[in-house]
Design a protein around this ligand. Structure first.
Ligand code: ADE
Ligand code: ZN
Length: 324
């Protein structure tokens, strides 16, 4: 099935072999053994490891290759379009401009070869200041990376508390320059993080957002305002719920919330979009029609141009005609 992914971090796409190779090239010892490097036990530990291995990327060529290889892997899994989160704060050895252009170049090379059409969501780290956020968006306005489609926020909301107000001006500016807006919330925060993102950032999508289920008024608001939750099942099980039986996907769907299925950090989690769609199918019993509907929702919620969205719908329709 031609699939669309809206919530996946480039930082979470490094496999153990690539990390070992980068460490060797950088002349650094591996502080983790190969078996456990990809198994952080909580969100803080994950973020620390992302800092470490992205910091091993010392040249634009290495960043370009990571982006290209990742688009190749997405293609092999049948992902035809992806919006990929890249957070420059993790990549300490490269300047932001160099990083974002290198990642764009890797995605452009893959797309030119007919591989997955990957685009860039530049992400703020939640612990950054309001001024840093405004400076980032102003720089994106002056020199937009060629594959840029949107602005995002990630990081640990349990440590910072809701940050909607802090980033409101940066997100307003992002809206005026035509960027799509999304933010992580309702993962490391409860419903209050989702309220904050909706009230102050005017996002059309929430990354995760699953803890919205704890607040019926919030569920109503998501439906009324047609906000899409970009859900990542295995990530939520690993970092939040402990077991898939406690995941609220089915309840969110039954209430009528628009959800899409995504991988978050595919290498650390050992998942693909196909395996996450299968997990969603197990939970919701939605069959091939439900998977097609979820992909339609992902196209509708994407920050793709109208012509790109139409092209994706044609691909999906052609698949649907074959299987239904
Ligand atoms: N960055 C990478 N993965 C993340 C997650 N699950 N939550 C917040 N920030 C992240
Ligand atoms: Zn995420």
């Amino acid at each position: 099935m031609p699939k669309v992914e809206l919530h996946v971090h480039l930082e979470g796409s490094f496999d153990a072999a690539r990390i070992a190779e980068l460490a060797r090239e950088a002349g650094e010892a591996m502080p983790y053994d190969k078996e456990s490097v990809l198994s952080p036990s909580n969100l803080d530990e994950l973020l620390t490891r992302l800092d470490w291995w992205c910091g091993l990327v010392r040249t634009p060529e290495q960043a370009e290759r990571q982006a290209y290889d990742f688009a190749t892997r997405l293609s092999a899994d049948g992902v035809v379009y992806a919006e990929v989160i890249a957070n420059p704060t993790h990549w300490s050895a490269l300047s932001r401009d160099v990083l974002l252009e290198a990642v764009s170049a890797g995605f452009a090379r893959a797309a030119a070869e007919g591989l997955c059409d990957a685009w860039l969501l530049v992400s703020l780290l939640r612990s950054q200041t309001s001024d840093e956020a405004i400076e980032l968006v102003a720089a994106l306005e002056r020199r937009p990376p060629s594959r840029l489609v949107g602005l995002s926020i990630d990081g640990n909301e349990a440590a910072t508390g809701p940050t909607g107000e802090r980033f409101a001006s940066a997100f307003e500016l992002a809206g005026t320059i035509g960027l799509g807006r999304t933010a992580h919330a309702g993962e490391s925060s409860g419903p209050e993080g989702v309220w904050s993102a909706l009230d102050h950032l005017r996002v059309t999508r929430i990354d995760h957002g699953v803890r919205s289920i704890e607040d019926p008024r919030l569920v109503e608001r998501l439906i009324d305002e047609a906000v899409t939750l970009d859900v990542c099942l295995t990530s939520n099980v690993r970092l939040l719920y402990g077991t898939i039986d406690l995941h609220p996907l089915r309840q969110l769907v039954d209430h009528g919330v628009a959800v899409t299925i995504n991988t978050d950090d595919p290498a650390t989690l050992g998942v693909s979009l196909t395996s996450e769609m299968e997990l969603a199918d197990n939970l919701c019993s939605w069959g091939v029609d439900g998977a097609i509907d979820a992909t339609e929702r992902a196209i509708a919620a994407s920050f793709a141009s109208e012509s790109k969205a139409s092209e994706l719908r044609r691909k999906l329709d052609a698949f649907a005609a074959q299987v239904t």
